[in-house]
Design a protein around this ligand. Structure first.
Ligand code: FE2
Length: 181
């Protein structure tokens, strides 16, 4: 690899693989989340992601290139994290919390990738390609915002271990007595 063009095609190919992996991961998140609003959000973004893959395909056509057979290791890593977490026998509420956090990481990663690809596309005067990537970026940003909203509301049912909880109750009582005295 020697040229910016080659780097750009490589980056686009990486995103193509990332989006393909995410279609599957989003499907899994929609299935294993328990809150209906989360299921719906993951399902909606899965459909959007299929459209993003089509836009990437159009980018390759406009460039007269084919997607390289490459693997997006960043997204692969996030999916591996989910697999490791699932093996810890998590409760339903923790699965929801984890899925929201994982989605925030994935969207943030995609946003960084799309922003740098758009910069490169503009640099190389691929206006239409930059426009298509911009549409994907817009959807990722909207999804990130939505997931951040969930993250404010979706919390573990039990925040502390039983031992920690009892200690907290005991110390609240002590400080209550001190205040009363
Ligand atoms: Fe995406």
């Amino acid at each position: 690899m020697r040229t910016g063009h080659e780097l750009f095609v490589h980056g686009l190919s990486d995103m193509m693989d990332a989006e393909r992996q995410l279609v599957e991961a989003l499907e899994e998140n929609a299935n294993d989340s328990s809150r209906a609003e989360l299921k719906k959000a993951f399902e909606q973004h899965r459909k959007e992601t299929e459209g993003q893959i089509e836009r990437l395909q159009q980018c390759f056509e406009l460039l007269g290139e084919e997607a390289e057979d490459t693997e997006c290791h960043g997204i692969r890593g996030l999916i591996a994290e989910k697999k490791a977490f699932s093996e810890e026998d998590p409760s339903d509420d923790l699965i929801d919390v984890f899925n929201v956090g994982a989605a925030i990481k994935a969207e943030s990663y995609e946003i960084c990738e799309y922003e740098s690809l758009i910069d490169m596309a503009r640099e190389m005067k691929h206006t239409k390609v930059a426009q298509l990537l911009g549409q994907n970026l817009k959807e990722e940003k909207a999804t990130l915002k939505k997931m951040e909203g969930f993250s404010d509301r979706v919390k573990p049912n039990e925040m502390m271990t039983e031992e920690q909880r009892q200690k907290a109750v005991a110390s609240a009582k002590t400080s209550g007595r001190k205040r009363a005295a």
